[in-house]
Design a protein around this ligand. Structure first.
Ligand code: 13P
Length: 305
């Protein structure tokens, strides 16, 4: 069934785990993620990134995402990832997306706040949830991070994050603390104290971008400190590419759909392993001083978590 991001985050808060948010620019990705969520009986987020527009048009992949979410036996949030244009976000909401991320991280603080507030108003009308970003992360979803580098000067400032959360009243906060989009050239050095500080000051569920390629211990520690949504894509995609490569080395192959199935199977296995860690219920979770308020689907009632 379709669910908002707030609804699935409420479950993450209650159970002390993080929700997996997977980019799904084609049917194989979508099925790999949804099959695992149903198999493990957990809520999940399927995401379309604006930067994947040349790979899959929102108009085409959006309705497929919404129908499959509706049909699923577990709560599925249909999310727009890294929307940089307000029109694009509005279009996603019109197509039935239950959550949007506005990415104004490259703008000035004031412009980011102003646009995020506009997105909040749009989303509220549609009964959807909003994630926004403060601090900058290297790499973008459509490309492998060319350098794998990240610089502390782009990390999120906890005091500014609190101000941003108070001014915009968003439901989840994407922040920069040492992960990067794309392939890691070296082991990520995650600033866990920063995560905890931002979490305590804002009281919000935090989002880890660049989530694939992080070690199991680091996922666990990040979740313990307040990460409640983990965005994951590059490494599942890389697993699919490797599987297709191996499959095509057999020169007798004729049907494309067999290669697509090999890709889907590899992604299912990769996502299964990741979800096994994200949804562990034995993370010792630090208490947050403030409680977040999650909007229900109707956008009217409020629930504390
Ligand atoms: P990776 O592709 O590095 O896993 O990051 C995904 C992401 O952050 C999507 O917003």
């Amino acid at each position: 069934m379709k669910a908002t991001m707030c609804e699935v985050l409420v479950l993450a808060e209650k159970n002390g785990y993080a929700i997996g948010a997977f980019n799904t620019p084609n049917l194989e990705c979508l099925l790999a993620v949804l099959h695992n969520a149903e198999r493990m009986d957990v809520p999940v987020i399927i995401s379309h990134a604006q930067l994947h527009e040349p790979v899959a048009h929102l108009d085409e992949i959006g309705p497929v995402m919404a129908v499959l979410a509706e049909k699923a036996r577990v709560p599925v949030c249909v999310h727009l990832d890294h929307g940089e244009s307000l029109d694009y976000l509005k279009h996603a909401l019109d197509l039935g997306f239950t959550s949007v991320m506005y990415d104004g991280s490259l703008l000035s603080y004031e412009e980011n706040v102003e646009n995020t507030k506009k997105v909040m108003r749009m989303a509220e009308k549609a009964g959807a949830s909003v994630e926004a970003e403060i601090g900058v992360m290297a790499g973008r979803e459509s490309e492998a991070n060319p350098t794998g580098e990240n610089s502390e000067r782009f990390y999120t400032d906890p005091a500014l994050a609190k101000r941003f959360a108070d001014e915009t009243k968003i439901h989840a906060l994407a922040c920069s603390f040492g992960t990067v989009h794309g392939i890691y050239k070296e082991k990520p050095r995650i600033d866990f104290d920063r995560i905890e500080k931002i979490r305590t000051l804002t009281g919000l569920p935090l989002v880890m971008h660049g989530g694939s390629g992080v070690s199991p211990q680091d996922y666990r520690e990040a979740i313990r400190r307040g990460v409640r949504k983990i965005n994951y894509y590059t490494y599942m995609s890389r697993a699919a590419v490797q599987a297709v490569r191996d499959f095509l080395s057999d020169e007798t192959v004729i049907f494309y759909h067999d290669a697509a199935m090999a890709a889907q199977k590899a992604m299912e296995e990769d996502v299964y392993k990741a979800m096994g860690i994200f949804y562990e219920r034995n993370h010792t979770v630090l208490e947050s001083k403030r409680h977040c308020v999650g909007l229900t689907k109707s956008g009217e009632e409020k629930s504390e978590f």
